[in-house]
Design a protein. Sequence first.
Length: 119
Amino acid sequence: LQSQDLANSLQSRYKAAGIYTNPTIQVITNAENVQVNQETVTVGGQVRRPGPVPFGKDLTLWQAVQAAGGATEFGSMYRVKLFRDGNQKSYDLTKAQFMRVPLQRNDTIEVPQKNAWGR
């Protein structure tokens, strides 16, 4: 539901109920906090803002991690885990070919903590 559609619906209802004769309603939302029926992927582990990330049809593994604020100083981009349909794969996001891994709705991504060798 778009903001303008909601405003139009409220205006019609106020008018039909006889509460106002010519209402003007403006709906303002904070897009970051609105996730009504929104498809997402979940990014967790060592990222700056873990949680759901809005899913778009061309969203890549790299983009999702960046949308979650990127890896913290403790996060390893060498072993990023992708969980899909009960399966797990690891990707080295320091290599360009893995940055373009396409995501599907409801995927879960984990950026693990660096190991003793900084990877």
